[in-house]
Design a binder for this molecule. Structure first.
Ligand code: ATP
Ligand code: MG
Length: 203
């Protein structure tokens, strides 16, 4: 079973309050499950503001990245962003996000498998629903835009949070789950996904 890519890779996924309210928990789980990833932890909680703040403070680069991404999205559509300062922009987004993610139950999960972080992000689709491709979860089930969300001082309703790097995933998983809540088990499907030899199929 030699394979260069890390099949133990784990990523944190959250079905945000809009996904729960729209009865999409099962659909979201189905999408990750059917691609071959393994669900190794799951819980439904109403997050405290303290936990939410920790979650959205995991990456010190986040304000610059998200602020820049949002400003560029405005400009790509020929719109004028509410501010040219990415940090100022992102701090507003973070406040709105904290209000959003603490507004009701969410479902937190850990998914494991080869390149789990990238695979989950691909299936999830890009952050802004207006720009996310059909076939992705956000493309298929959401309709929001940055400009609509920002005008109403709320977070973009895009159903899911998913870790974006190994470092972010490791930190986020530790925030939401204790070690003993993350299960270590074998799925029989992993043999067909990863084994070098498919012996044992024919009788
Ligand atoms: P997530 O971290 O939720 O998986 P992401 O990594 O695609 O999504 P980030 O840039 O980390 O996106 O932003 C986190 C969340 O903040 C987004 O999922 C979205 O709900 C919200 N958000 C981001 N930019 C904006 C914006 N310009 N206006 C409103 N909400 C925003
Ligand atoms: Mg993110």
């Amino acid at each position: 079973m030699n394979n260069y890519d890390n099949r133990q890779e784990k990523t944190l996924v959250i079905v945000k309050p809009d996904g729960v309210q729209r009865s999409l928990i099962g659909e979201v789980i189905k999408r990750y499950e059917q691609c071959g990833l393994k669900l190794v932890a799951l819980k439904m909680v109403i997050p405290s503001r303290e936990l939410a703040l920790k979650h959205y403070s995991v990456d010190p680069e986040w304000p610059l990245k998200t602020g820049t991404k949002s400003i560029e999205a405005y400009k790509a559509k020929g719109l004028i962003p509410p501010t040219e300062d990415p940090i100022e922009f992102a701090e507003k987004v973070r406040k709105n996000l904290l209000d959003f993610i603490t507004s009701g139950p969410i479902v937190a999960m850990v998914w494991q498998g080869m390149n789990a972080i990238g695979i989950v992000r691909k299936i999830t689709g890009s952050t802004e629903p207006l720009a996310s491709n059909p076939g992705t979860i956000r493309g298929d089930y959401t309709i929001d835009s940055y400009s609509a969300a920002d005008a109403d001082s709320r977070a973009v309703r895009n159903i899911i949070h998913a870790s974006s790097s190994v470092e972010e995933a490791n930190k986020e998983i530790k925030l939401w789950f204790s070690e003993k809540e993350i299960l270590n088990y074998r799925l029989v499907a992993e043999e067909i996904l990863y084994d070098a030899n498919l012996d044992g199929i024919l009788e």
